[in-house]
Design a protein around this ligand. Structure first.
Ligand SMILES: Cc1cc2nc3c(=O)[nH]c(=O)nc-3n(C[C@H](O)[C@H](O)[C@H](O)COP(=O)(O)O)c2cc1C
Length: 364
């Protein structure tokens, strides 16, 4: 039997299977970043996942930088998310919130008073970002003053408290894909000369301070961390990813986290790297539950668990296009084709209208 369909315990949360829905930004919230009924329906449709990790969710106004991305910094957002979590729970599911600060991947258009976005160092992403007014070049961000960093860490803690109030089962610290925490970790975006830059111990400090603050706010058995050691998204690279991410994974052992989630897409995936994989090293260093992501299907996911490479597998695009992915994998049914044009914003089309097997057969 494929081990994907067997139960697994992550920290304080018992999962009926090992198929995790990977976090997917879908840009369907309101402009004031409040979750809506369409989002309730979308997540409820996917409650068959062992665990849903919701889309990256903005932890403060300064953290924002994506059109119609939801937030978790005010009461209206908590009320919106409560509807999502209640409905997912009523459908038998479990859902974590992904804590997101975009750092230099933001733009003044998203910032209070049109301020510059903040980052470890004043180094811009090469390329353009999507704003409410269309594409614009990424700005050179403002390097955080050392005295400001504690306040940003505090924003993660407040967002964690609000996620708990909003009925989530836990939170995932987004330290992947070139956003603020990843910008501290990697040497392309961190040229600091204080205790947050330079040596790997210094570049990992911000991640570890955030993790400490979040696990002091909620029990560590309800907190996960996501890393993308060889990912190039958002203009990212590092001279020696095994060193900084190996150190981070080892240090994360101190907290007793629910899991470590590593996105390192398999060869052939559009986001695959040519660098040697770092995930096997992180599996070795990290002593808790381990989620692998990137280009997996049922067979590859089952094989990765059977070989000991991972305990759980997360699926992004497959869950996006198949609300009943677990059932389809289990029965070997064909998958819906994803519609790339509706991935990142829009309405119900390409969001809540992907049919289940049952709906597809009723339409025939
Ligand atoms: C539309 C879309 C939105 C995404 N949004 C997020 C996100 O909010 N947070 C995150 O950590 N990764 C995000 N990712 C990356 C996915 O979680 C995942 O790592 C990627 O899709 C590779 O996994 P897959 O091959 O199973 O799709 C996104 C990917 C896609 C396609």
């Amino acid at each position: 039997m494929n081990p994907l369909y067997t139960p697994f315990q992550i920290g304080e949360v018992a999962l009926p299977n090992r198929l995790v829905m990977a976090p997917l930004t879908r840009g369907r919230a309101s402009r004031d970043r409040v979750p809506n009924e369409m989002m309730v329906e979308y997540y409820t449709q996917r409650a068959g996942a062992g665990l849903i990790i919701n889309e990256a969710t903005i932890i403060s106004e300064q953290a924002a930088g994506w059109v119609y991305a939801p937030g978790i910094y005010n009461a209206a957002q908590v009320q919106g998310w409560l509807k999502v979590t209640k409905s997912v729970h009523a459908a038998g599911g479990r859902i974590f919130l992904q804590l997101w600060h975009m750092g230099r991947a933001s733009h003044p258009d998203f910032q209070p008073d049109g301020a510059l976005p903040v980052a470890p160092s004043a180094i811009a992403i090469r390329g353009e970002t999507h704003t409410y007014e269309g594409k614009k070049p990424y700005p050179v961000p403002r390097a955080l003053e050392i005295g400001e960093i504690g306040g940003v860490v505090e924003d993660y803690a407040r967002a964690t408290r609000l996620a708990r109030e909003a009925g989530f089962d836990g939170v995932e610290i987004h330290a992947a894909n070139g956003y603020l925490i990843d910008q501290f970790l990697r040497d392309c975006s961190n040229h600091r000369t204080d205790q947050y830059g330079g040596a790997v111990e210094n570049r990992a400090r911000f991640l570890l301070e955030v993790t400490r603050a979040v696990t002091n706010t909620w029990s560590a058995g309800r907190v996960g961390v996501r890393l993308s050691p060889t990912g190039a998204f958002n203009d990212m690279e590092d001279a020696a990813p095994a060193e900084v991410f190996g150190y981070a994974a080892e240090q994360l052992n101190a907290f007793g986290l629910a899991y470590l989630h590593v996105s390192e897409p398999l060869p052939g995936h559009p986001l695959a790297s040519n660098l040697p994989p770092v995930a096997p090293l992180l599996r070795q260093k990290f002593k808790g539950p381990f989620i692998l992501n990137g280009g997996y299907d049922a067979a590859l996911g089952g094989a990765a668990i059977a070989s000991g490479a991972a305990d759980l597998i997360s699926f992004g695009v497959p869950f996006l296009a198949n609300p009943d992915l677990v059932e389809r994998f289990r029965t070997g049914a064909a998958l819906n084709a994803p519609d790339f044009s509706t991935f990142y914003f829009g309405g119900a089309e390409g969001y809540t209208d992907y049919p289940t097997l049952e709906e597809a057969s009723a339409r025939r």
